[in-house]
Design a protein around this ligand. Structure first.
Ligand SMILES: *Cc1c(COP(=O)(O)O)cnc(C)c1O
Length: 396
């Protein structure tokens, strides 16, 4: 082959170098009319936002653009923006906590960065260096950290979002995207003690299916849950318990507002207690709280770090659980408790599941929590608010 022909076949066209996400390019425009944070007892989840937000544009020609921290305010979008037509949007949810000494921390934020990139990959939005975004998020939180209410149990909810905002309709990888991060001060999920929730085991709607998008934090997973949520509420239940397949395997619980995943429950098998949660089979969102609950339970079971008041013999299983098994265990008095886990509520006890026309009753402890969730919750919350030192807590 002649050199000439070679150059026609492989013209060495240089791909333009796409810029990575670069924190050192950050531009900060201070809000000249900062708001006064409202009294903490008036806070409603997700209704109040701080003075600033972070935005980072991306386009297919140059890559990530200039990160900006600027006054919180409306975005400008063309009506043709693909996010508005094809749900090219994904998000994350994490919290910034303030400990007793006044230090601000994030809880395992590297996991949120990884999950956000996984979500981006799944819908062909651009990925980014997670450490770089975390650096920028910390700078944003530092600027607005006085918005974290001083009262115990309060925190700052951090909502990173990535959208496709190509200005031309057509389904494909967008040639423009926008990553933004907003902050919302929030109070404790349970201001006056744990309130167990009643779930509706829904057999008429599906949240996720094998090969679908249930394992990713995509906007597209949530709008279809609103109608089933309304139906469950009309029947007197607070949430849907999403079931899968002919055997009605338990998958997860998703609230429309603060998200909450269905997590472990416990059965007594011989002399041991089993903490069971469905496996990450592509239909379950890999929750940071779920992972933390499992890690703490495993540390306890292995003797690495014993949790006070937790059963000595604890078996931890990630395996399928059917409604038939739950009903049988409840009927035999072997069901110890059931709970969900997520950033918003940390642990949510369940006291009842409506299923095929009847209620399955689940035991709850005096204060709503059970003998497994209580010690795990205590350790988890201790690590989140800094009362218990751990490497999960990352200084801002
Ligand atoms: C965000 C979310 C959760 C909770 O995940 P955490 O990382 O623990 O906050 C659970 N289930 C679904 C469907 C979610 O979107």
């Amino acid at each position: 082959m002649t050199g000439e022909l070679m150059s026609v076949l492989s013209p060495h066209r240089r791909r333009p170098q796409l810029s990575p996400l670069e924190p050192s390019r950050l531009e900060i425009t201070r809000n000249t009319a900062p708001a006064t944070p409202p009294p903490s007892q008036t806070l409603v989840f997700g209704h109040t936002f701080t003075d600033h937000m972070l935005t980072i544009p991306w386009d297919a020609v140059s890559g990530w653009g200039t990160p900006q921290i600027k006054p919180y305010g409306p975005l400008q979008l063309e009506p043709s923006a693909t996010v508005l037509h094809y749900a090219q949007t994904l998000f994350e949810g994490m919290k910034a906590y303030r400990d007793e000494a006044g230090n601000v921390t994030l809880f395992r934020p590297d996991m949120n960065m990884k999950r956000m990139n996984n979500s981006a990959r799944r819908i062909a939005l651009p990925t980014f260096n997670g450490d770089a975004l975390l650096d920028l998020i910390k700078q944003l939180v530092r600027i607005d950290k006085h918005w974290i209410p001083k009262e115990p149990g309060h925190s700052l909810y951090v909502r990173p979002t990535l959208i496709g905002n190509q200005k031309a309709i057509g389904v494909g990888p967008p040639n423009e995207a926008l990553l933004f991060v907003i902050l919302s001060p929030v109070g404790p999920y349970y201001p006056s003690g744990f309130k167990p929730v009643a779930l509706y085991g829904t057999t008429e709607f599906v949240r996720a299916a094998p090969g679908g998008t249930g394992a990713f934090k995509l906007g597209v997973n949530y709008a279809p849950g609103v109608l089933p949520q309304k139906s469950a509420a009309a029947l007197g239940y607070s949430q849907n318990l999403w079931l899968h397949g002919p055997e009605h395997h338990l998958t997860e619980v998703t609230e429309v507002r603060p998200f909450r995943c269905w997590t472990p429950r416990r059965l007594t098998v011989s002399a041991a207690t089993e903490l069971v949660t469905p496996p990450l089979d592509g239909m379950i969102l890999p929750g940071v709280t779920r992972d933390s609950v499992l890690a703490l339970a495993r540390e306890h079971a292995s003797g690495k770090k014993r949790l006070p008041n937790l059963a000595d013999k604890l078996i931890i299983s990630e395996r399928g659980v059917t409604m038939k098994e739950v009903k049988a265990a409840a009927a035999a008095g072997r069901l110890v408790e059931m709970f969900g886990a997520g950033t918003a509520a940390v642990i949510s006890p369940v006291d009842r599941i409506g299923y095929m026309g009847e209620d399955v009753h689940i035991p709850t402890g005096e204060d709503g929590m059970g003998p497994v969730s209580r010690p795990i919750w205590t350790e988890l919350v201790g690590r989140q608010w800094g009362a218990i030192a751990s490497e999960w807590s990352v200084p801002v």
